[in-house]
Design a binder for this molecule. Sequence first.
Ligand SMILES: C[S@@+](CC[C@H](N)C(=O)[O-])C[C@H]1O[C@@H](n2cnc3c(N)ncnc32)[C@H](O)[C@@H]1O
Length: 210
Amino acid sequence: MHTDNDSASFWEKHYSRLDARWGTTANTVLTGLVGALAPTPGTALDLGCGHGGDAIWLAARGWDVTAVDIAPTALARVAEAARGAGVGDRVHPARHDLARTFPAGEFDLVSATYFHTPVDIPRAQVLRRAAEAVAPGGLLLVVEHASVAPWSWQAGEDVRFPTAEEALAALDPGEGWRTERCHSPRRTATGPQGRRATVTDNVLALRRAL
Ligand SMILES: C[S@@+](CC[C@H](N)C(=O)[O-])C[C@H]1O[C@@H](n2cnc3c(N)ncnc32)[C@H](O)[C@@H]1O
């Protein structure tokens, strides 16, 4: 159980202790959905980018990505990894506490993959703000945990996750959206030290009308 109630110090401490290689591979749910639903690159906003696996994968496919996180160590690693991958000019790390500030502008793709935190933040409000940042015709992707991995900070806790339909209802982006995906697929996840487990995600993909 963590006792730190400050997002910035919690996550900075987390990343300063974390192996820099962890989280540098793109999420397979995101890569599949982008391939299927947003094959033409444009501008992307990655919320809670961590070590930047998704952001760098997108940039390598031509997207211009604003990669947002609260942890300076994570953002410095994203910048370095982007340069190393030859996409430093297409990945723009940006530090925000999304509970307080949000990047300006509209984006063709806004993604939040596992934007979870043990710190109490207005997460639903952040995701609604994320929807507002989607350009007409653009896509909002939310991939979130719907089960507890054995290496999670919630391991051993009796957690009730919303169903995908409940997550969609909480997001409630209003009129002018088409639901492209709203489901809870299972996948094999790999955790620290190579541990593997079957986990469930909630996956929401919403298209904003033109
Ligand atoms: C569970 S990690 C997921 C990281 C990455 N998206 C992934 O899928 O591996 C959650 C991320 O959200 C970031 N985060 C948590 N609270 C935040 C906040 N208030 N503002 C911005 N980023 C935050 C953390 O630093 C962390 O990188």
